[in-house]
Design a binder for this molecule. Structure first.
Ligand code: SF4
Ligand code: SF4
Length: 663
């Protein structure tokens, strides 16, 4: 009778669980199409490393604790399947296996249960004393931890009662259950031990089925979605954005969840709420409204609130969707100010253990604001006009573009005669400080005998800031023009001194059918030094203590970490000083994502925070490899009087170290 009752309960629970999962997946399915099934073998491997291996989780304090719970849970899943099956068919259990195997399994389950119990206690204490983020001490978090703890305690209680009653043999392989058996036999009469075993069994069964059915409605939905989410990750990097089709009647960007892709929506269910993204975010950590974790959480809230209505509207392009993802003080919406705070540095995505892609979602919402509502910070109006009319952010006349090199005779790029196009970029051509970098770079190239030419007044802004700011229409126009020009002039190899130009020429232009071989000047110079084509004169000791800053668009977005370090080593004879946050954990200078052209109205300026981090190392020189970083660091250093710290581009250091005859 009891088994029949349990069979009915189990069937109902499984059906309810399947229905809940189906409802969640149906909500995910309202998202737009996106293809994430290429490279199955590589995806599988990544899933093993990052989901099952918990690689990113383990890289942080307390990651080990999560890893332990995860792995023990996988093992205990086997025990739980046996538990459920034997609940219906009592004869069908591991007891049927040969004794050595049965004993080993019992020992493994015993140890895993104990380990989970300890890890859950550690997690509860940690959350109480030092939560991963303010507000992480939620009822839900403690409720889940309690359910897991009860499952383990009930497991030991059940086995202990069975051993105490003589229904199960006591062996040295079940030490914790033996201890429970001793405790129970002290406190309960023999006749009560059988009842205790049934009570513990039922507690275990009810909590197990309850936990399973609670999962789809809690943040622990990630237990179900995180592994597939890692499998379906972006196998490249989010260093470019998808193109849009500019046809009449199309809507652009995303303001409702059904304008996101299904993968965006799966991301929202996969967030573990670990807070790593917000800890890494330069905007969040300097007091801006933006919090990448909350952006993802708001998407999930929005989907849960509005998904059913949106499901009914599916395919009806005319239907009114009054469920905006963007808004002030609304549950399920992200404030506009948060969206404009993002520097597109990618730190959030690099930190996320389940490969949630925050940045593309933020850019999609910016696209909606700019293209559908013409709503953007006032400062951007000038920028967009200047870009459109004169193809540079300052609105300078194109003829001014070639004036940065008044002391130099610059060769024009001629296909077949010049190997590389030196893409100077707007900062390198117009900004007084960065013009010096352009001059230094040409000296280095000349000293190494590199064959290069420039476009001069014909060069156009690559449009990087415009794209990250969400003005895809304008970027599309600019990119088409540049791509046509590059094709016409026969450009195939490019040297870029700006990581933003580098990224756009290398990754964004590819979407417009132009494959270029693009080298950042640090990569080219490192190669020239390594091959001996570029010789330096002695070591530049006067640079003193040198600290290196990684540009997000060079490092995190394109994995170029070593070349700047190799160049510094060659110039100074020693390794560059590293800030606490460097390489893939580097903190943004604050200028990416179009923030270069916007004032910071909230919190501490990001450049001030980054400069303070650099100054903590007592540098004489801060070395950058990006014109935006140069501006942000120079501004930041000026705010701290009396440091005497110089900010130098990598090319300037190399130019200074050239043999005197080369200068
Ligand atoms: S890309 Fe950078 S600034 Fe934007 S949300 Fe992520 S960490 Fe924050
Ligand atoms: S988005 Fe990723 S990093 Fe951020 S809280 Fe969620 S799981 Fe953690």
């Amino acid at each position: 009778m009891e088994h029949t009752f349990f069979a009915v309960l189990l069937s109902l629970s499984m059906a309810a669980f399947a229905f809940s999962c189906y409802r969640r997946l149906a909500l995910v399915a309202i998202g737009k199409e996106e293809y994430r099934f290429d490279q199955p073998q590589a995806r599988f491997k990544e899933m093993l490393v990052y989901a099952f291996g918990q690689k990113r989780v383990m890289s942080r304090p307390f990651g080990l604790n999560h890893g332990v719970i995860f792995w023990a849970f996988l093992v205990l899943a086997v025990a739980n399947v046996e538990f459920l099956v034997s609940g219906i068919l009592p004869g069908l259990s591991f007891a049927l296996l040969p004794e050595p195997l049965h004993g080993t399994l019992a020992f493994v389950f015993e140890i895993c249960s104990l380990v989970v119990l300890v890890a859950v206690a550690v997690a509860a204490v940690r959350r109480s004393i030092n939560p991963p983020f303010p507000g992480a001490r939620t009822f839900e978090a403690y409720f889940i931890l309690s359910m897991i703890a009860i499952l383990m305690l009930a497991y030991f209680g059940m086995n202990g009662a069975l051993i105490a009653s003589g229904a199960r043999e006591s062996t040295y392989l079940t030490p914790v259950s033996n201890l429970c058996a001793s405790l129970l036999s002290w406190t309960l009469a023999d006749a009560q031990l059988n009842l205790a075993a049934r009570v513990f069994w039922w507690i275990h069964a009810v909590v197990l089925l309850g936990f399973m059915n609670y999962l789809p409605y809690s943040k622990h939905m990630h237990i179900l979605t995180a592994i597939p989410n890692v499998f379906l990750r972006n196998m490249g990097k989010s260093n470019t954005q998808p193109r849009e089709e500019f046809c009449e009647g199309n809507s652009f960007g995303a303001a409702t969840v059904d304008q996101l892709t299904w993968k965006d929506l799966l991301d929202s269910f996969s967030c573990t709420e670990c807070g790593r993204c917000q800890d890494s975010c330069p905007a969040a950590t300097t007091g801006k409204t933006l919090n990448p974790r909350e952006v993802i959480h708001a998407m999930k809230e929005n989907l849960l609130q509005n998904g059913t209505v949106l499901e009914k509207l599916a395919g009806d392009a005319q239907a009114e969707r009054a469920v905006s993802l963007i808004g002030e003080g609304k549950k399920g919406a992200t404030p506009e100010s948060a969206l404009w705070s993002c520097t597109s540095c990618g730190a959030c995505m690099e930190a996320c253990p389940v490969f949630i892609e925050h940045l593309p979602k933020i850019v999609k919402m910016r696209r909606h604001l700019v293209q559908m509502e013409a709503k953007f910070p006032d400062e951007l109006l000038n920028l967009f006009e200047n870009m459109e009319q004169r193809s540079n952010p300052w609105g300078m006349a194109p003829s001014e573009r070639s004036k940065w090199s008044s002391q130099l005779e610059l060769r024009p790029f001629v296909a077949g005669e010049t190997e590389y196009l030196l893409f100077v970029g707007c900062s390198g051509a117009f900004d007084a400080r960065n013009k010096q970098v352009s001059v230094a770079l040409t000296r280095v190239l000349d000293a190494a005998g590199v064959s290069y030419g420039v476009l001069g007044r014909d060069e156009k802004c690559c449009g990087e800031s415009v794209r990250r700011l969400g003005n895809e229409y304008l970027f599309d126009l600019m990119a088409r023009e540049s791509v046509a020009q590059f094709r016409e002039k026969g450009v195939t190899k490019v040297i870029a001194q700006c990581p933003h130009c580098y990224n756009t020429l290398k990754n964004d232009f590819r979407q417009f059918g132009l494959e270029l071989e693009v080298l950042h000047h640090s990569e080219l110079i490192a190669g020239l030094l390594a091959s001996g084509e570029l010789q330096l004169e002695g070591r530049m000791e006067e640079l003193g203590n040198l600290v290196l800053h990684d540009s997000c668009y060079l490092g995190r977005h394109n994995d170029v970490y070593q070349p700047p370090r190799s160049v510094v080593q060659a110039v100074t004879g020693k390794a560059a000083g590293e800030m606490e946050r460097s390489r893939d954990k580097a903190f943004c200078c604050g200028a990416g994502g179009g923030r270069m052209w916007l004032e910071e109205h909230e919190g501490t300026p990001i450049n001030r925070a980054r400069v303070a981090e650099a100054l903590a190392l007592k540098p004489d020189t801060i070395c950058v490899s990006c014109p935006f970083c140069m501006t942000m660091f120079e501004d930041g250093v000026k705010e701290v009087p009396g440091t005497g710290v110089q900010v130098r581009d990598l090319a300037e250091l190399v130019a200074q170290a050239l043999p005197k005859t080369s200068k």
